[in-house]
Ligand binder design. Structure first.
Ligand code: HEC
Length: 118
């Protein structure tokens, strides 16, 4: 009789455990972080530069522009060393042109935050 009691205790524990582990599965909370963005130099940044900047910041800079923005390395370097983000947020660049859109500016900032994916 004691054995039977022990056995039923054992099984009720087992059932309880399996029920609670099922409900744990339902309670999985999705991560708060947004999905990683897939902005790369090639798929996004390059065209923003060629449409708005390389008329002056080309392979050979013109109109007194002090550096090129026509390659991955030159754009990354201008963000790190020449305050490129500040220049586009203030609308100082593109010089004599329309300010970049909020989305374009945000994409460049996201690209920087993600470590400049190629
Ligand atoms: C019409 C020509 C022209 C265009 C287009 C242009 N720039 Fe410039 N850029 C200049 C000139 C000239 C300077 C030198 C400083 C000044 O005149 O303000 C400069 C300076 C800069 C600087 C500061 C460099 C330093 O070391 O101080 C950055 C960063 C910059 N430009 C980024 C950009 C970006 C990004 C774009 C496109 C969104 C762009 N520029 C479009 C002409 C241009």
């Amino acid at each position: 009789m004691k054995k039977l009691l022990a056995l039923s205790c054992f099984f009720s524990l087992f059932i309880f455990a399996s029920c609670s582990s099922n409900s744990d599965d339902d309670d999985i909370i999705p991560p708060n972080n947004p999905p990683a963005s897939n902005i790369t130099y090639t798929n996004t940044i390059s065209s923003i530069m060629s449409e708005n900047c390389t008329s002056c910041h080309g392979a050979t800079p013109t109109n007194n522009a002090p550096m090129s923005l026509n390659t991955y390395a030159t754009v990354k370097s201008a963000i790190e060393n020449r305050g490129l983000i500040n220049q586009i947020e203030t609308g100082n660049m593109p010089k004599n042109g329309n300010k970049l859109t909020t989305t374009q500016i945000q994409n460049i900032k996201t690209w920087q935050a993600n470590g400049f994916p190629q």
